[in-house]
Ligand binder design. Structure first.
Ligand code: AMP
Length: 401
């Protein structure tokens, strides 16, 4: 089946056309700067050819239309006819309490997503715009794959916050967790590589990208995760603070006379790696400074790694032992330094890194623990789009039976 996956942000649409039988990409690309001057579309084909063009793109309908047009364009395209696209899979950030797995998109599903907008006011509106735009342009089945769904198995004692319970009832304030598609993919893939049955495995999945989160997985199910009601909780991220004393924000708001919007921006856009370093949210820049002996960069990396280490310890307690720890996403896949730092001094838990092997692994699947380490440590590049495409193909083939 040929599945077009769409990941719609407020000013971007990332897409992949995937052949689900061979699990290979037919095309990948993105539209950027939607509604702005200098909007562009990019198409990359598997042979490495890349086309980037500036075009006027005012909204998501125009963006998806541009993607469809370029894919069938005689010289640069990858398809003869749009009829070759069998289905569309949409990444949706927040499924609320309604969606515990991927679903066929119907008008009712779209309405439910709209009803849930207040849970993800930044992310869900562009996701919905993308769904509606694709529905207007293509007459094929569409499936929604939710970032929150994999974490729907977290037990109540972990997802309820110790604030007045009424607030859970009234506003559905609870831990949801995100990056679920990535945690699911890399943990399943790690089991496949190890010849283990995912349904019998205890593992910790560590997704370290610009956003970062961890998941404790028991018998193929997420039982805890570091992100919470929003993606702000948990690990230190590119620009998000992760766990802090909630009273800090009240104090800063009072002292600096910040509005809600300003406080929101402070925590989500100016904290984390950017906030501590004062220079960059990009780990590559911080590592460069670190190796040049910059003191503040050392502080950033120590804080960043220490937070991960504390979560590893707590998930060992949650899971009562861990067979495998998997690193993924930009930093997890590519940074031996961060992997080493956050695993330092955990030998007593049975986590023994092979430092030489770790140093060699950048962006590929690998086992980086010593052969006798009781806990396997692995690197598995994430592939959320493949999960979206495979879920879509499965739901659509079930529908056709
Ligand atoms: P993602 O959100 O998964 O694309 O990850 C983005 C993050 O990965 C950024 O902080 C990048 O600096 C980081 N990253 C990508 N490549 C490397 C690398 N080779 N070493 C360290 N960090 C990297």
């Amino acid at each position: 089946m040929k599945v077009l996956t769409l990941n719609c942000g407020s000013s971007t649409v990332k897409y992949k056309l995937i052949d689900t039988e061979s699990r290979s990409n037919i095309a990948t690309g993105k539209v950027e700067r939607i509604g702005m001057i200098g909007a562009s579309i990019e198409l990359k084909s598997p042979d490495g050819n890349k086309v980037v063009r500036e075009v006027e793109i005012l909204d998501h309908v125009m963006a998806i239309n541009a993607i469809l047009k370029i894919m069938v364009e005689p010289k640069v395209g990858v398809l003869k006819d749009l009829e070759e696209i069998d289905a569309v899979g949409h990444r949706v950030v927040h499924g609320g309490e309604t969606f515990s797995g991927s679903v066929l998109i119907t008008d009712k599903v779209v309405q439910t997503l709209k009803d849930n907008i207040q849970l993800a006011p930044l992310h869900n509106p562009p996701n919905i715009q993308g769904i509606e735009a694709a529905m207007a342009l293509l007459d094929v089945p569409m499936v929604g794959v939710f970032d929150t769904a994999f974490h729907s198995t977290i037990p109540e004692y972990s997802y309820i916050y110790p604030i007045p319970y009424q607030l859970y009832k009234k506003y559905a304030i609870r831990r949801y967790g995100f990056h679920g598609t990535s945690h699911r993919f890399v943990s399943q893939r790690a089991c496949e590589i190890n010849g283990r049955n995912f349904k019998n495995c205890t593992m910790i999945s560590i997704h370290l990208g610009n956003g970062a989160s961890m998941a404790a997985i028991r018998n193929g199910k997420s039982v805890d995760t570091s992100m919470g009601f929003t993606p702000l909780e948990g690990l230190v991220m590119g620009t998000r603070c992760g766990d802090i004393d909630p009273a800090i924000i009240l104090h800063i708001m009072r002292q600096e006379k910040l509005s809600l919007h300003e406080a929101d921006n402070l925590l989500n856009k100016f904290s984390g790696i950017l906030g501590i370093s004062g220079r960059s949210s990009d780990m590559r820049d911080i590592e460069e400074l670190y190796f040049a002996g910059d003191k503040q960069a050392h502080l950033v990396i120590n804080i960043y790694a220490y937070r991960i280490k504390k979560y590893i310890g707590s998930y060992f307690a949650v899971l009562n032992g861990v067979e495998c720890i998997v690193f993924t996403a930009g930093i997890g896949e590519n940074s031996p330094l961060i992997r080493e730092k956050c695993l330092e001094g955990l030998d007593h838990l049975g986590i023994v890194l092979d430092k030489k092997k770790n140093d060699e692994v950048v962006g590929q699947e690998a086992i980086i623990s010593t052969p006798d380490s009781p806990t396997k440590i692995m690197v598995v590049p994430t592939n959320e789009e493949l999960v979206i495409a495979l879920d879509t193909a499965e739901i659509v083939s079930r529908m056709k039976k």
